[in-house]
Design a binder for this molecule. Structure first.
Ligand code: SF4
Ligand code: SF4
Length: 427
């Protein structure tokens, strides 16, 4: 049986995974891969089964129809092919990317809305074992199974929870469960799954507003949601307006460093980038240095402050107010932590700054490397992640001394909600 792989609107992660695990297919007699551009096999050829990854946008329709005509069977591989999701990621920041749309990439839809699909392999990324099982079934001469039919059904009503900081749109959710797991890792449990079978949705317990459900507004779930079904508030438009008017940018040192790492430039060039965007003044601050010498338990942001209040009410007398960056009216704050959006508007995350840089068409490597002054944060201890925070608070209550900064995200702020996605996926 000759199998051909095709990729459309997707990150290609499913096919990379398949390619990396081809040995599982190679061992199966009767399966021959005749087309997979990732392996250098891209010639026009005959095939029995077409495996299609990715959603279909306007410009792909004719090609997909031709594949259908040639193939005896068509398999839709992965969540994008099933749901048409990834091609909509360009809208993550609320920006409509006109050129992208003009090029015909609008209206990404699942494969089955354009051609007849004989079987599905679910997942983001798709399950290789499921694909192997399916191809074995076909080689053995059995009819294809439609593993994942639940997404063919229209839900009666999609739930949208939006409190101005966090927005959950179950219409976009692929029910991967990452957000539920992450929230549980924080010991918060503000997200859960409800209903059964194809009706399963992710929601808050009893569909309560987020904060009433215990949400500490860390933004971590939004940072890791693969399809933007969960999003934190975007202040990108306000920040760019302010830049145009020559406002000021206050950027945290960590945000500066991770933006530089994600863009593959030096931190001083990120300062130049901000000036190039229009900011008349750029101030680099380190919240840890601001806390030096204050003494006590200091929540890094409003998220940690909420978390301590929920988990350790008995520690109230040791807890100082969370660290806020001084920012006036015409100032944008740039942080590695989405929770800072609670303190000031506009606040953008390092992730959002990376996206702005990408779309700005500024040639980054040509930007001057501005010298940065050294900032010292000595004498400050940091507890990172829920387990370390719990242990550190308990020990501080027994023996209060020094300054202890609490960062609730597992791995600390370096893996927090405002981090650029490229770095988050590597860490
Ligand atoms: S923002 Fe944080 S606390 Fe709130 S639902 Fe998401 S992960 Fe849970
Ligand atoms: S991370 Fe996003 S896609 Fe996955 S279950 Fe949560 S809301 Fe749905």
């Amino acid at each position: 049986m000759k199998v051909a792989f095709f990729g459309f609107g997707s990150c290609e992660g499913c096919r990379y995974r398949v390619v990396n695990e081809l040995h599982k297919l190679a061992g199966e007699s009767g399966i021959e891969i005749v087309r997979e551009p990732l392996l250098g096999l891209s010639a026009d050829t005959e095939y029995d089964v077409a495996v299609i990854e990715g959603s279909v946008s306007t410009r792909d329709i004719e090609e997909v129809k031709k594949i259908r005509e040639k193939a005896k069977l068509v398999v839709a591989l992965g969540s994008c092919a099933l749901l048409g999701e990834t091609s909509t990621l360009g809208y993550r920041l609320g920006l409509r990317i006109e050129e992208y749309v003009k090029d015909g990439y609008a209206d990404a839809v699942p494969v089955h809305q354009v051609i007849k699909v004989d079987s599905y392999v679910r997942g983001c990324p798709a399950s290789v074992d499921e694909l192997v099982r399916l191809l074995k079934t076909l080689v053995a001469g059995f009819p294809p199974l439609r593993y994942e039919r639940r997404f063919d059904y229209e839900r009666a009503a999609d739930l949208v929870l939006d409190d101005g900081f966090l927005k959950l749109d179950t219409g976009k959710c692929i029910v991967c469960g990452r957000c539920v797991d992450l929230c549980a890792q924080l010991d918060v449990h503000a997200l859960t799954q409800a209903y059964r079978g194809f009706r399963v949705i992710v929601t808050t317990p009893a569909q309560l507003p987020f904060v009433e459900a215990g949400c500490i507004r860390c933004g971590l779930c939004a940072a890791y949601c693969p399809v933007s079904a969960l999003r934190y508030r975007s202040d990108v438009e306000g920040a760019l307006e302010l830049a145009k008017r020559g406002g000021k940018a206050v950027i945290e040192r960590l945000a500066l460093e991770v933006t530089a790492e994600a863009l593959r430039v030096k931190p001083g060039q990120v300062v130049s980038l901000l000036r190039e965007l229009g900011f008349s003044e750029v101030e680099v601050v380190d919240p840890l240095a601001l806390a030096a010498g204050l003494g006590g338990l200091i929540p890094f942001s409003s998220a940690e402050e909420r978390w301590i209040r929920q988990k350790f009410p008995e520690a109230a007398s040791f807890v100082k107010p969370h660290m806020k960056l001084a920012a006036g009216e015409d100032t944008v704050v740039i942080s590695a932590c989405a929770a800072r959006k609670e303190d000031h508007t506009p606040t953008i995350t390092a992730h959002e700054l990376v996206e702005i840089a990408k779309w700005s068409r500024i040639v980054l490597e040509d930007l001057p490397d501005e010298p940065l002054s050294a900032i010292s944060a000595s004498g400050v201890k940091v507890a990172a992640g829920p387990e370390e925070c719990k242990a550190a608070i308990e020990s501080f209550m027994k023996e209060p001394s020094g300054t202890l900064i609490l960062q609730i995200c597992p791995g600390g702020c370096a893996q927090g909600s405002g981090m650029p996605y490229r770095l988050l996926s590597q860490r």
